[in-house]
Design a protein around this ligand. Structure first.
Ligand code: SAM
Length: 163
């Protein structure tokens, strides 16, 4: 069930410590068909609607090469989430779980990730399927799916030393 700001039985909110700026940069904006959290899927599907990753300048040149991959990992900022619930009751039944045991949008830093299917690239826009966020959600990063990505540099001596 989507939350709009209420506290459910058993849930625990903390007082948020002062924010320390991690220096995040919104590199773009995600365009999806969903304007209400009630309508947004909990997880995206690769047969879901085509969504648009609109990349802002000066990052547009960084798109070069993404069309080599079938799947991409997208990181985005769930800007309408509350951030203060350490214990949550996803089913609203009084049973709680810790935020770090959930993929809930409610978390101290509301960073979301999805593995999406690449549909194409049109100028500054990457077209994908598999998202689950509101229209206008800020975009943090785009990377190749780790299963498809081969590190380009050969291993160097010392790469695997533990001390
Ligand atoms: N796939 C991501 C993950 O696992 O990290 C996000 C999963 S989260 C359960 C997806 C839900 O977050 C949506 O169903 C919607 O309720 C909520 N949501 C989507 N976009 C949001 C936004 N911009 N701000 C706050 N909540 C959002």
């Amino acid at each position: 069930m989507v939350r709009e700001g209420e506290i459910r039985p058993g849930e625990v909110a903390i007082e948020m410590p002062p924010a320390r700026d991690a220096g995040l940069i919104f590199i773009g904006r995600i365009r999806t068909p969903w304007t209400s959290r009630l309508m947004t899927p909990r997880q995206g599907r690769h047969d879901g609607p085509v969504c648009r990753l609109e990349i802002f300048e000066p990052w547009v040149r960084a798109i070069k090469g993404v069309d080599f991959y079938g799947n991409l990992e997208v990181l985005y900022w769930l800007h309408q989430s509350r951030r203060d619930l350490v214990l949550q009751s996803p089913k609203s039944n009084g049973k709680t779980r810790g935020a770090f045991s959930l993929r809930s949008p409610v978390r101290p830093n509301p960073i979301a990730t999805s593995i999406v299917k690449l549909v194409g690239v049109e100028g500054n826009v990457i077209l994908v399927r598999g998202l689950d966020c509101l229209d206008g959600t800020p975009l943090l990063d785009v990377k190749p799916d780790r299963c498809e990505f081969t590190p380009l540099a050969p291993p160097q001596p010392g790469d695997f030393e533990t001390e």
